[in-house]
Every structure is written in C-alpha cells, then in structure tokens.
Ligand binder design. Sequence first.
Ligand code: DGY
Length: 350
Amino acid sequence: MAESRPRVWVSQPLFDDLVDQLRAHCDVETTQAVTTYTAEQLAQKLAPLDGALITLNERIGATEIAQAPRLRALANVAVGYNNLDIAALSAAGVAVTNTPDVLTETTADLGFALLMATARRITEAEAFLREGRWGKWSFTTLLGADLHGSTLGILGMGRIGQAIARRARGFGMRVLYHNRSRLAAEVETDVGASYVPFDDLLRSSDHLVLVLPYTPASHHLIGAAALAKMKSTATLVNIARGGIVDELALADALAHGRLAGAGLDVFEGEPTVRPELLALKNVVLTPHIGSASLATRRAMVQLAVHNLLAALGFGPDAGNPPSLINADARKAAKTGGAIVGATTITATKR
Ligand code: DGY
C-alpha cells in the first residue's frame, strides 16, 4: 500500500511561492486571511496534521496538541518561540524549529532605527511639524540626546545584540552588555563590547537596548526597581518581547521624567497597546516590525519551509532540520522518516 503524504497546515498567509515548495512532498492547507485562533480552533486544526508552519501568533502547548497523535513537526516562522511550550512539545515528540540568523541584521537595523528615533525625538518632531506647531524656529526646541560618544547598554548578547554592538562602533559609542553567559574574549573584542553586571548596565547606560529571550526569568525584568537604577536622561529600546518590560512602571517613569524616552517595537498585550503608553509623547511605537523587510521575511519563510520538510524527512537535510530547537523530541524517530539525530542547538540565542 502506498505511503500517505504528510498533511501540513500553514497558519497565516505567508509567501505562496515559497510555501508551495511543501507541496512536492505534502498535502498542504493554507490560510488566506490573517487569523487569531482560540486554543480550541488550534486543537482542531492540528488534530489531523503531521506538521505545521506557524507564527508567533499561535500559542501551542499540551492542550492544543492533545488530539494530534500524528503531529511530528512545528516550524515557527520567528527566532523567538515563547509562543510555544517547548517542554510539552518535546514530551509529545514534536520537533520544533525557529528561524535564527536570517533576521539578525534586519532586526538590528530596526533596533538602531528606534534608538535614533527615540534619542533624537524624531516622531515627536514630525508630529510637531505636521500639527502646525512650528511657529518660529527656536534654538531649544526638541532637544534630544546624542548617540555618538554615549554609552550603549545591550541586555542579551546573542546574534542580534552583537549585530547592534557592531553598528554602535560606527557611531563611536562605548558598548557595555550583560548576558546570562559572558562572550568569549575574542568575540567581545570583535564586537567591541565589555561585559558588566546587570545593575552596572542599568546605571551606566545612556541608551539601553533589550534583545534577550522572553522566559519566566525575564518576565518584567525591567520593572520599577530596574528603571529606578537607570539615568533619568536615558532611553530604553525594546525589540525583544513586550513582557520583559513592566509597561505600567515604564509609562510612569516616562511620564514623571525618571526616564527620557522609550522606543518600543513589542508589547505585552500586542496588538493591543496600553493607553498609558499611547498617551506619551516621549515614546516611539512600532507594531512588531523588527524583522519586517521583504527580503528577510521571505528568508524566514524559506528557512521555515526547509526546516519543516527536513523534520518530516524530506530534502537535503532530511531528519536533521537546521534550526531544531528541541533535540530531545523523540517521537519523530519512532514514527520514522523524521528527526533521527540530535542536532546541537543554541536554543536561547536571538
Ligand atoms: C522573531 O522572529 O522572534 C520576531 O519577533 C518576529 O519577526
């Protein structure tokens, strides 16, 4: 009897020409509209599947896969994977992949754009002009903070943090970083960054960029206590995940002059943004567009397609998806044709 083709689902509209590559080996269901799924809807969708291409909108854990006995692979089209319960997926033998590397430089670009826009009050200045408030040129209007010659703090020194550090060199900034583990000396030299303890990073930074993974340990890491240690003239940029910052504490610090400005691409309740943040002038807000260049978003989908096919046992990397997060997912090996070896991974590096 002929083997049946794996069934896969693509949870959001991506790039059809790339997604179509899945059709060489799999029966594919795509989605035409951007959709928010309830846990029940996800469980229903996943139930008959062997694999899926998903985005950070889909939160998947034990409940969502409980009725999906065939599920072997989830390819997350993002580098971050806090939307997934990796322990539950591993226990159920579901291989999970992400999309590192291909988005590093694009996300670092956006981090720098937010940093510059926040420090130099670009969006506030544009609103001032558009709203017809530029009555007279004044020497002291919209004074901002310099990047050149300042101290940049980077919290989380994975791939994206290092790419930001390299950009900072061009601006003549002193770069400090904090990370769970210190970089090798030659990497520190290469990116031009010095390791400091967390509190020193908060106290010394003129600008602080958050690029660390969102985990229970980093939830609200930047709260009232951390903000109180920062300079009142400092700016904060978050391109990681919203939940790392206690947004109410941040809004309070910004509203009362205890922090000069913030550039935020991510929000705890996104796509909802707190009114306390929306009300502030000294915040630059973007809708989670860190990796959103056309070339990079296409590269992410291409990598995810490649990962999914490999996890299901197809293509040049059959059985060894290049960006496997959970090498301990074992069920795939049992069902055959999928993960066979344990790929070494750097799961928490962004
Ligand atoms: C990621 O990859 O984690 C980004 O936040 C989504 O583009």
